[in-house]
Design a protein around this ligand. Structure first.
Ligand code: ACO
Length: 327
């Protein structure tokens, strides 16, 4: 139990200017597919895709700007910046470093990217919380930002229709007082992985192949089964935080696809009315999907002060993570 609590002060998000409906994407890329197939298998109706002048960095920066402005926190007061991404602009330096330079964050701010694929945002939240607890910093920025449109194989209709681009950010403050039930903020996080399953969802290239990025390769059926199993079990984190599933007001899962969310909710015994769904509008934005969904549900008034929010993620490496928040 930490001597601190970590309330989330505000959320922010950023999407590329252009949204692509299923029909528009099919026509543009010459895909042998249909709106009916994509909607019925995935629930995805559209996705946003970066254009000229837009990148993972610009989306991360814009989401951070919005979150800082809503929180009323000055960039010069930020002591930790963690960006979750597996589609950085450059192999190095990190997207965090690009944001740091552009927004003029202070030199004593700890800055890094974490790559836990679609699970990345909760991993970044865990890292930021640890860095806040172990330093003199008072404010942390946690960001999920991705441009999967840059790493999908546009000739593979089984994967390219699933993904979209975007970014979401939260501002966290460290406060004195322990993370007990009832206290606002990040009540707990739990992380894990099944590294034996890396072949089922991966990029085809990288530095070791002499290329800086490959394209998405996926065994869709295996990913589906593992994702539902992982996100459909009551997370031990709830018992650790002395919270019953029935006390959870909102589940904000990684937005992989609607059928995974529905099957996981059914297995958990949670009504879909309690599950925040944005995959229809954003598609799968990997590490950005949870902060984008959080921002959506906070801005439209669903998630209110005092609500208990369960975050759940699953992705490549079969990295998984759960987080519990008191809003
Ligand atoms: N349009 C039309 N037909 C398609 C498309 C498409 N976009 N994609 C595949 N098909 C075809 C296949 O070629 C196949 O045709 P065939 O029978 O003639 O060979 C047929 O549809 C069925 O293909 P399957 O791959 O068996 O389709 P399935 O019902 O398994 O659905 C899907 C595929 C949607 C990918 C499913 O496996 C799934 O949801 N998997 C989960 C993976 C996922 O969501 N990954 C996201 C990233 S990972 C993460 O975020 C955790």
């Amino acid at each position: 139990m930490s001597a601190f609590s970590f309330p989330i002060l505000a959320t922010g998000s950023a999407l590329p200017k252009k949204a692509w409906s299923n029909a528009a994407l099919i026509a543009e890329k010459g895909l042998d597919s249909s709106d009916e197939w994509i909607v019925s298998r995935t629930g995805i109706k559209q996705r946003y895709i970066v254009g000229e002048g837009e990148s993972t960095f610009t989306l991360a920066r814009d989401a951070v700007r919005q979150a800082l402005s809503r929180a009323g926190v000055d960039a010069k007061d930020v002591g930790v910046l963690v960006v979750a991404t597996c589609t950085p602009d450059l192999t190095f330096p990190s997207v965090g470093a690009l944001v740091h330079g552009d927004l003029g964050l202070p030199p004593e701010c700890a800055v890094l990217d974490v790559n836990a694929a679609c699970s990345g945002f909760i991993h970044a939240l865990a890292v930021a919380r640890g860095l806040l607890a172990g330093s003199h910093a008072h404010y942390a920025l946690v960001v999920g930002a991705e441009t999967f449109s840059n790493v999908v194989d546009w000739s593979d209709r089984g994967t390219c229709v699933l993904f979209g681009d975007g970014a979401g950010a939260v501002v966290i403050r460290k406060e004195r007082g322990s993370e007990e039930r009832g206290t606002r903020g990040v009540l707990g996080v739990s992380l894990g992985a099944e590294g034996a399953c890396v072949e089922m969802l991966k990029s085809s290239g990288g530095v070791a192949q002499g290329r800086v990025a490959g394209v998405v390769q996926m065994n869709g059926r295996e990913v589906f089964k593992h994702a539902v199993r992982q996100m459909g079990e009551v997370p031990p984190l709830l018992a650790e935080c002395k919270v019953r599933l029935a006390d959870v007001d909102w589940v904000v899962p990684h937005q992989a696809n609607l059928r995974i969310l529905e099957a996981a909710a059914l297995s958990l015994g949670v009504q879909m009315e309690k599950v925040v769904v944005t995959v229809d509008k954003h598609a799968n934005t990997s590490a950005a999907s949870i902060p984008l969904a959080l921002d959506t549900a906070v801005q439209d008034g669903r998630i209110k002060r005092g609500d208990l929010v369960l975050l759940q993620a699953f992705g490549a490496g079969f990295a998984w993570s759960t987080g519990l928040l008191r809003w």
